[in-house]
Design a protein around this ligand. Structure first.
Ligand code: LMR
Length: 397
């Protein structure tokens, strides 16, 4: 039967990991996949995670199953971190939670929940968006619709066009996927005023927000990055959250995430809880525990929590510093507009106004790796490589 299969290339991000790894040029600059790298170009295990692992190894008494919703302590503590401990979302009994296999697992579980609740719902996603949003959510069978978000040439958010599309074309019951912070791939986030407008349109039109929060803590800080989510949770009767611990805890390979459904009533939340659990059972039976146990340990141990927050803030500041340094270098060399946009954007990513041909040139002539779309991961740069990077970008423009 397998001869009936066809070969399909993985998405651009996965393909680029291989290409960059195969390049033996010691001066290569890899701005591809979204992982944090330190000044040495390494992605070490965070110290707080290492300490939690030690404690957990000594304390763990059994590897028996936990359950289809995963680790309840992790669910509670991580949800509190996202929504705020004393928020209405956490205290009203309207929140259904389950641990997921990474943020991607949360997106998929959220998508399946939507399908069960309203199979006619369309999911609106930003143009552009993360390469895996459409495959992950489209695999549920739900229709995916694009809304304008970012103009690559002017490097601006197309906020009016976004609102016009949602107002004119989305219908009651549709779902709107929003990047909570550090928009992937553009780095261009909604400001508070724009979040306010979105938080008016959605309930007015009976649209359900689906917030993807994969980079909390890496934009403006943990509290600041949750602003949009928390506002929507206050203003909209229903909401779905897909949150990830891959980047902010550096638990990329542990696959640790959280899916939440905020329902109109505690009774509806129970229904969501039940259906998310059943969906998990059908897909993977139960989520993996190790990463969730570590996050729970960190969040529940004051010294570790503080240490983790300090490490997270260091990562955030390093990336923000690299942005400024690259922006300054580009600005000196005459690319002022690109520099301005880059400096104002948040998190790991920015979408540079360069063509796929120019990206290929950067790769073949300079060993500089970024996605064909022009997306860079700023964490792949280093203080000592910024000048070369800036020169190379300008050389291909
Ligand atoms: C990225 O966008 O590069 C990351 O989210 C990693 C991935 O899985 O695509």
């Amino acid at each position: 039967m397998f001869e009936t299969l066809s070969l399909t290339a993985p998405d651009a991000i996965i393909s680029l990991i291989k290409l960059a790894a195969a390049d033996t040029n010691p001066d290569k600059i890899d701005l591809g996949v979204g992982i944090y790298q330190n000044e040495m170009g390494a992605t070490p295990v965070m110290t707080s995670v290492k300490k939690a692992e030690k404690l957990w190894a000594a304390e763990e008494t059994s590897k028996k199953y936990i359950g289809i919703h995963g680790n309840p302590q992790f669910n509670q503590l991580f949800a509190e971190l996202m929504f705020g401990k004393n928020s209405a979302a956490m205290t009203s009994g309207r929140l259904a939670m389950a641990q997921s296999a990474g943020g991607s697992g949360a997106l998929r579980l959220g998508g399946e929940l939507i399908k069960l609740a309203n199979s006619k719902a369309r999911i609106w996603v930003s143009t552009p968006t993360w390469a895996n949003h459409q495959p992950l959510l489209g695999s549920t069978g739900l229709e995916i619709k694009p809304y304008p978000y970012y103009n690559k040439e002017t490097q601006d958010i197309e906020f009016d066009a976004m609102c016009t599309t949602l107002r004119a074309d989305a219908v009651a019951g549709d779902v709107v996927l929003l990047h909570g912070c550090c928009h992937n791939p553009t780095g261009a986030d909604l400001n508070k005023e724009q979040w306010g407008v979105v938080a008016e349109i959605l309930p007015e039109k009976n649209l359900v927000p689906f917030v993807d929060l994969a980079y909390a803590g890496l934009g403006d800080g943990l509290e600041e990055d949750a602003y949009g989510l928390r506002l929507l949770a206050d203003k909209c009767p229903e909401l779905i959250l897909a949150a990830s611990c891959s980047k902010n805890f550096g638990l990329y390979r542990e696959r640790t995430g959280l899916v939440c459904a905020l329902a109109k009533t505690p009774k509806d939340a129970e229904l969501c809880h039940g259906q998310i659990g059943l969906t998990m059972r059908k897909m993977i039976s139960m989520p993996p525990d190790h990463g969730a146990a570590l996050v729970a340990k960190i969040l529940n141990t004051p010294e570790l929590r503080l240490e983790w927050m300090t490490e997270l803030e260091d990562m955030r500041q390093r990336m923000s510093g690299l942005r400024t340094t690259l922006a300054d270098a580009l600005s000196v060399q005459g690319a002022q507009q690109m520099a301005r946009a880059l400096a104002a954007q948040k998190g790991m990513f920015s979408l540079l106004p360069i063509s796929p041909e120019q990206v290929l040139k950067l790769r073949s002539e300079h060993s500089v790796y970024l996605l064909n779309s022009g997306r860079i991961n700023i964490a792949g740069a280093r203080d000592e490589t910024i000048d070369r990077l800036s020169n190379c970008i300008l050389a291909v423009l």
